[in-house]
Design a protein. Sequence first.
Length: 440
Amino acid sequence: MGYVKDLFKVKADEQSKEIKSIIEQHGNKKIEDVTIAQAYQGMRGITGLVTETSLLDANEGIRFRGFSIPELREKLPKAHEGGTEPLPEGLFYLMLVGEVPSQENVEHISATWARRSHVPNYVFDVIESFPISSHPMTQFTAAILALGTESKFAKAYNDGISKKVYWDYIYEDTMTLIARLPRIAAYIYRRKYKNGVHIQPDGMLDWSGNFAHMLGYEEGSFWELMRLYLTIHADHEGGNVSAHATHLVGSALSDPYLSFAAGMTGLAGPLHGLANQEVIRWIEEMCKELNSNEPTKEQIADYIHKTLLEGKVVPGYGHAVLRKTDPRFTAQQEFAKMHCPDDPLIRTVWNIYEVAPPILESTGKIKNPWPNVDAHSGSLLKHYGLVEEDFYTVLFGVSRALGVLASLCWDRALGFPIERPKSITTEWVKKFIAKSEVVA
């Protein structure tokens, strides 16, 4: 099966036994009570989902299999050509197997994805059938669905397979889908923004390097940015929309293509993956209004107050869980300090970082006044000439595949059931409240 696959099966079998024992001995214990507000307000904060690949701590930030982003930047293998940023292949291995990979492990993943990266022509035909004006995420999602005609899991399920081997076919589909995503994304980019002049893949490059090459960006530090970007956007616990949607649809035994496409339709929402566009556009509008490509901190503060008075939010600030500066923001800031510290747009991002939190905190309405990952990513992409903001979420989607599809492999290996939370009606809530008041 390939040693990575074999190792994954061993790990999954061990953990499946452990989870079964936990449920048998402690299944009736309550993690926490659910309030009426939580039921109405997006189930915020309810612990009711297990995702093995990462955990988001309000004070520490995201940890992948227990490792922080600074630790990952140090421990994960780098590209041979003097690379400084981790290879996303290594993070995928870590999320899947639970162990820090060796250089050999990462090269094995890279080689596997390179062999599977050929995209059938009919997928490009599907993309070409869309008007050139179509949003890149629409084209991206349609291409993923088109790829699903080759799903090994769907075929095997129709042929009748044991539940015990579901994970095997899910794994195979996962590896093929991840391998092909950069080619699809780059094709959409070159079609929409570069007059359809496409660049053929280079099978000798790593996954991120090849993606950057196909986009048309050959500068070495941009390749490093792509390696960092595709690593830090890969996963963010299981409750965010793209991860949860992939898990939810997958729980119905939909194949990875259908499941991941569902995740991408969620990522395309303004409150999720499109947030990176909102940040950069807010900054550009501010600079235009102030007639300056690098506003002073005083000007930024005034503009933030103006934004709040208009009943709007400052994009890129605040997070549903985090109560500190997003470590993914910090990682990008460190990258920028090394590669492009004099860029006016990036310096403006840093000035906003100094000015915004105290203002937001002073309102008394914001629990987390600190920047999230979206507050910095757009400025780095702009620096390197990737100025097409509508495409930013596709980059996010290519990265997010690593986490949500690794999780999908675990879902099937552990035999997780179809997800079906209980819902209630407002009438039920009113009766419940009335009854509780009588009892009180």
